[in-house]
Design a binder for this molecule. Structure first.
Ligand code: SF4
Length: 233
């Protein structure tokens, strides 16, 4: 398993692949988080047509940018099965990706809208939808193995963009790094090792955008910094 940027070795990644390419993926009934498993079963009973399962990463395995969100939204990725698709946060994220040439097509808030990512991949720190959008620390820790496998699988990775402090902490933990050495801050760029950079942004959630904590201009400024660090830019 190649290390991102050829230097850091993700911590706790599974020894082998457990499902979808490119990294190890949780099974549809992943049993590691009892509370989330219970929520998943309740959601399947209430909405049998929804995805209601761990949400796989989106984008090609040759991406040099990995965007890490918090967790699927109940009526977003948990419904559609694609990260950030169908909920409020996805509108700003995909509009920004299209603007910066990191996506092609048009965003239609559905997994079958034909949108393609370009040199970019999207995942979540926690793959299953949590009640009230709030995973516990134990759930973030349990899902870390899949994030570590994801990072390890991207041999061309140059930048990881963490959306929010939880994703930031999950990325550092997945890489075996200490948060105290790399404190979260919107707009910060952390040189982790070799050619790998961790970039931070406030999460593009409805709450953050409605309160003005994150504006589209602030989000675009982060993407300007991020894309300047990608090959061919
Ligand atoms: S959040 Fe991750 S570790 Fe927990 S049940 Fe879902 S896939 Fe498994």
């Amino acid at each position: 398993m190649a290390s991102p940027a050829g230097t850091l070795k993700p911590a706790g990644a599974p020894a082998g692949k457990a499902g979808n390419e490119p990294g190890a993926e949780p099974g549809r009934d992943c049993p590691l988080c009892p509370r989330l498993g219970e929520f998943r079963r309740a959601n399947r009973a209430a909405n049998p047509d929804w995805h209601n399962a761990p949400v796989a990463s989106f984008g090609g395995a040759d991406a040099s940018l990995l965007i890490v969100g918090l967790a699927p939204g109940l009526r977003g990725a948990n419904l559609t099965g694609r990260p950030f698709t169908g909920d409020y946060a996805g509108v700003l994220l995909y509009d920004t990706l299209l603007k910066f040439g990191l996506a092609e097509g048009s965003y239609g808030a559905r997994a079958d809208d034909g949108l393609k990512l370009a040199n970019c991949r999207i995942t979540n720190a926690v793959r299953c939808v949590p009640p009230q959008n709030k995973p516990t620390g134990a759930e973030v820790k349990a899902c870390r193995r899949f994030l570590a496998a994801e990072i390890a699988s991207l041999s061309r990775l140059k930048v990881i963009l963490a959306l929010g402090a939880v994703a930031h902490g999950a990325v550092l933990a997945a890489l075996g790094l200490r948060k105290s050495a790399h404190p979260f801050g919107h707009g910060r760029l952390h040189r982790l090792s070799g050619a790998l950079t961790l970039a931070d942004s406030y999460h593009c959630s409805r709450y953050n955008t409605n309160t003005g904590k994150l504006t589209p201009e602030m989000f675009e400024a982060v993407f300007r910094d991020v894309t300047a660090r990608l090959p061919g830019r």
